[in-house]
Write a protein that binds this ligand. Structure first.
Ligand code: NAP
Length: 235
């Protein structure tokens, strides 16, 4: 039996990932920072609810304690993330971005990944097949962001891409530190969710595809990589 925690599973890509992994036979803890939203999602999914706010040490520690008491964890999907757009669903551009905006975005997208990974490491280390999937973005790729003509190149924001580049580096460093685990970053692709006011061009089913695939890696699968639906991405 494979036990999986997905942060931010009450909607969007996290919800769809939970649905698919449950169908594949995983026991899924659907993470939600809001108990009521989480209860509704978990009931719909047939998942176990765990309340977890990735920006809050006490919340993350309590979630780890609960899952440890229930028997441990094999797969961690660090999915919770924010883009923090401005009024009218506009991306906050370089002239408007402030250190405070950047700090709150990093608190969820980067420090949240570290906070949750750190708390669940002891559980993952006891698993025979530990896997971590960090949900990054193509916007975290320095190569794509500097290649004219790619969709990423045209993105005007500063904070969100920087946070996902940091997620990529965190992924690489964890993967080297824990070679017994499969730890990868994934790019779901531009997907219609609340994050972008449903402007994304893919469905949640399409976006979750690579998350689901990397959550089911065999122990001899890749680690320390960066993958999209169509294969490896340039850092
Ligand atoms: P979404 O529908 O807005 O879902 C985001 C999820 O994260 C929600 O469940 C949200 O909970 C949760 N969350 C936010 N802050 C949290 C916190 N502090 N603690 C715990 N949970 C928190 O967005 P999505 O598109 O599915 O995004 C999922 C991941 O995919 C993110 O990491 C995002 O950066 C990444 N991604 C998305 C796209 C895309 O085009 N959609 C592309 C590339 C990467 P609430 O409901 O409580 O807010």
């Amino acid at each position: 039996m494979t036990t999986t925690l997905i942060t931010g599973a009450n909607k969007g890509l996290g919800f769809e990932t939970a649905r698919r992994l449950i169908a594949a036979g995983h026991t899924v803890y659907a993470g939600s920072r809001d108990a009521e939203r989480g209860r509704r999602a978990a009931a719909q999914l047939g998942a176990r609810l765990v309340v977890i706010d990735v920006t809050d040490d006490a919340s993350v520690a309590a979630a780890a304690k609960t899952i440890e008491a229930d028997g441990g964890l094999d797969v961690l999907v660090n999915n919770a993330g924010i883009e923090a757009r401005a009024e009218g669903n506009n991306v906050v551009g370089a002239a408007e971005v402030t250190a405070d905006m950047m700090r709150s975005l990093f608190e969820t997208n980067v420090f949240g990944v570290v906070r949750v990974t750190h708390a669940f490491l002891p559980l993952l280390q006891r698993s025979a097949t530990p896997v971590v999937v960090n949900v990054s973005s193509g916007l975290g790729s320095l190569s794509l962001m500097t290649t004219p003509g790619t969709p990423a190149y045209a993105y005007p924001g500063v904070a969100y891409p920087a946070s996902k580049s940091a997620v990529n580096m965190v992924t690489v460093q964890y993967a080297k530190a824990f070679p017994a685990m499969r730890i990868n970053a994934v790019e779901p692709g531009y997907t219609a969710t609340d994050l972008n006011g449903h402007t994304g061009t893919q469905t949640a089913e399409e976006g979750a595809e690579i998350i689901v695939r990397m959550a089911q890696l065999d122990p001899d699968g890749p680690t320390g990589g960066y993958f999209g639906r169509n294969g490896q991405l340039p850092w």
